[in-house]
Design a protein around this ligand. Sequence first.
Ligand SMILES: [Zn+2]
Length: 98
Amino acid sequence: MVKNKIRPKRKIIRRTCTGCGKVKEKKEMLRIVRTQDGDIKYDLIGKISGRGAYVCYDIGCVESAFKKKSVSKTLKKDVSKNLKDDIINIISKGEEKI
Ligand SMILES: [Zn+2]
């Protein structure tokens, strides 16, 4: 038996996409957050506090997440279509991170 002494120090945080249901690294996903004020916004830096829903940087996943209302269910609040359009805009422009 080989003892594996090398362990990565950084914990990899994984999240489930509300669109396709795949589990990916958090940093590879787009976060949609419900802030403490009750606003729903996308969170490109992952630092806004509040309840979060995650989706892949993929227009298909965003469409599916909104169609299934997975985002609303996860955030326990209705999410506007404008937000979906904004997110799709961001993805289509390729602006993954600030
Ligand atoms: Zn996905």
